[in-house]
Ligand binder design. Structure first.
Ligand code: NAD
Length: 279
């Protein structure tokens, strides 16, 4: 089954996020790249975080700059506290502040339980969960310091945690990844509760199967894609832009009353598709 491309990028209103400063982690590939570009198209200035692949980060910066907004690449490992502190500090220095954090960086190190090393377990928890904690903490310090600037946004800051359908769907052979995303869900909800009185909105996006390098094996042959489509009622594999558009919407004042929610962007993957014909 052929997948259908998502809507064209010009669906994004060019001034929706005008004057806002956004940081996207893991923004030189896949979902992070599409999100950074979409935020730029919506009028935000964007810091493009990456850990490896400076050339790809520079390409994303150039694409964003072509919309007439500012962009800069910043190398940092999101699981390293000093690097995250340095990145947000530099962003505040050079861009003036931060309004939007998309904590997107993530990875997989798959293995059956009995073969999974402590290093594989720890690395995925460090990047996928601790990395989001560190970025959220540093961004929030600036949100609280600056407070609401009504001409810019109704809230003092927006945090979007990139989770996964595996925050609720168990995933054999990926216990480190599923545990990290389950952790993201509860971290997001707790931060949302804690920060809402300070007018900071924390939400998550839970992508289903999106066509990116992280899951290439699941879609890069017709057989693999057919297998995958059995899990997706909407009958197409997602594109990075599907997530990027959700992130732009959540970051905007259109969603100002949305606090502590996970937006599933999954073509219905979490609807127990096996029950459509049985149960
Ligand atoms: P990707 O591999 O294309 O992108 C991941 C990005 O994170 C890359 O830029 C990578 O360099 C970066 N990264 C990894 N470790 C890092 C670190 N220590 N510091 C900074 N950056 C780091 O994969 P993707 O699909 O775009 O994944 C983005 C996010 O979406 C991840 O959190 C992933 O778990 C989540 N997600 C993806 C899917 C999917 O189907 N593709 C589904 C659910 C959730």
């Amino acid at each position: 089954m052929q997948s259908t491309a998502s809507a064209p990028r010009d669906v994004i209103p060019a001034h929706l996020l005008k004057g806002q400063k956004a940081l996207v982690t893991g923004a030189n590939s896949g979902i992070g790249k599409a999100t950074a570009i979409a935020l730029g198209r919506a009028g935000a200035d964007v810091v493009v975080n990456y850990v490896t692949g400076p050339e790809q980060a520079d390409e994303v910066v150039a694409q964003i700059e072509s919309f007439g907004v500012r962009a800069a690449a910043h190398q940092a490992d999101v699981s390293a506290e000093d690097q995250v502190v340095g990145m947000v500090g530099r962003m505040v220095e050079e861009f003036g502040t931060i309004d939007i954090l998309v904590a997107n960086a993530g990875m997989q190190r798959d293995a059956p339980l009995t073969e999974m090393t402590l290093a594989q377990w720890q690395k995925v928890l460090d990047v996928n969960l601790t990395g989001q904690f560190l970025c959220a903490r540093e961004a929030s310090k600036e949100f609280v310091r600056r407070g609401v600037v009504p001409e810019v946004s109704r809230s003092a800051g927006k945090i979007i945690c990139m989770s996964s359908v595996h925050q609720v769907i168990p995933w054999s052979g990926h216990v480190n990844y599923a545990a990290s995303k389950g952790g993201v869900q509860m971290m997001m909800a707790t931060l949302a509760q804690e920060l809402a009185p300070k007018k900071i909105r924390v939400n998550a996006i839970a992508p289903g199967a999106i066509r990116t390098p992280i899951n290439r094996d699941a879609w890069d042959t017709p057989e693999a894609e057919d297998d995958l489509l059995r899990l997706i009622p909407y009958d197409r594999v997602g594109d990075p832009e599907d997530i990027a558009y959700a992130a732009v919407s959540l970051a905007s004042d259109l969603m100002d009353y949305v606090v502590g929610t996970t937006l599933y962007v999954d073509g219905g993957m979490t609807l127990f598709p096996g029950f459509a014909t049985g149960g």
